[in-house]
Design a protein around this ligand. Structure first.
Ligand code: MG
Length: 305
């Protein structure tokens, strides 16, 4: 089996970090991620820079990135203006986020969920016409900081309506890190049953230490791509002390040991996570970076023995 790792560190990871990385450092990070074998990278978001200062250099990041065959640069957008910026900047793909809960959608995007769905119905064909792959993410699919539990029927309804506009993939996101594996299994299995040919992606935060278990549950229930951030950087705006996205190298360790192919080098990814620690000036939340890979890399003496 193959699973595609989608690296979201440069966007979801960095956006909630207090240290604003210079554009050149962001580009250097993305280049290291490509060298580690990652092929889909969420590189920035095209949102209001006043609200997300870390992403104010979206255009400059894209302008500085190397063009590599087979590497897809994804930009997060919330509306049509975002799509236009992403197109002009040269994104290969866009990820549109629609929040499953009304209150959260209004707070995050300034419009209701229905308006975001209507925007997506315009954005998806416009992106395709511009040669950009349209992805859609249903955010807060497993719980909302304002409304609490989110009705899975509502999530499915939004996903099915979004599917009518032909996304290349649908993602279900546990934006605030509250999901547990049984919930993940139920929701992914229901969606997969209704849309058997639609590629599904999963996005988890490790806010309550359930992210890796949720990754496993999502894969068992039909997800074939997993969002993760190098070092597990990021956070949760609703839980200030919380850890971030599920760490890419921790997911990779699990998949490697399960015999699942990703094409990503764990040693290079660990080196990148260490580099990120230096850039941010603090330890990252990932576990593999502390424990090391297993089995450990063979030493030169062992190789020659
Ligand atoms: Mg997220």
């Amino acid at each position: 089996m193959n699973i595609e790792l989608v690296e979201v560190g440069p966007r979801d990871g960095l956006q909630s970090e207090r240290v604003i990385l210079p554009t050149a450092a962001k580009i250097a990070l993305i280049e290291q991620l490509i060298a580690a074998g990652l092929r889909r990278i969420e590189v920035t978001s095209f949102v209001n820079p006043k609200r997300v200062p870390q992403m104010a250099d979206a255009e400059a990041v894209l302008a500085g990135l190397p063009r590599r065959t087979g590497v897809s640069y994804i930009g997060l957008v919330l509306n049509h203006k975002g799509l236009e910026r992403a197109r002009d900047a040269g994104c290969d793909a866009i990820g549109m986020a629609i929040v499953a809960s009304e209150t959260f959608n209004r707070r995050n995007q300034g419009v209701g969920t229905e308006e975001s769905i209507a925007a997506w119905q315009q954005i998806a064909p416009a992106a395709r016409a511009a040669g950009i792959a349209p992805n859609v993410t249903i955010s807060a699919a497993f719980g909302c900081p304002y409304e609490g539990d989110v009705d899975p029927r509502r999530v499915l309804e939004i996903a099915l309506r979004c599917a009518e506009s032909n996304p290349v993939e649908i993602c279900l996101a546990d934006t605030i890190g509250v999901a547990v594996p049984t919930q993940v299994e139920d929701l992914f299995a229901s969606l997969h049953e209704r849309l058997p040919t639609m590629p599904l992606r999963a996005h988890f935060h490790n806010t309550r230490n359930t992210a890796l278990a949720n990754v496993y549950a999502a894969i068992r229930s039909g997800a074939r791509a997993i969002d993760a951030s190098v070092g597990g950087i990021g956070g949760c705006p609703f839980a200030p002390a919380a850890t971030g996205n599920v760490p890419t190298e921790d997911v990779l360790y699990m998949l490697n040991r399960m015999g699942i192919e990703t094409g990503v080098s764990i040693e290079r990814l660990l080196a990148t996570a260490q580099w990120v620690e230096q850039q941010l000036g603090k330890p990252v939340p990932g576990m593999l970076i502390k424990a090391g890979n297993f089995p450990p890399p063979r030493t030169a003496a062992q190789e020659s023995a």
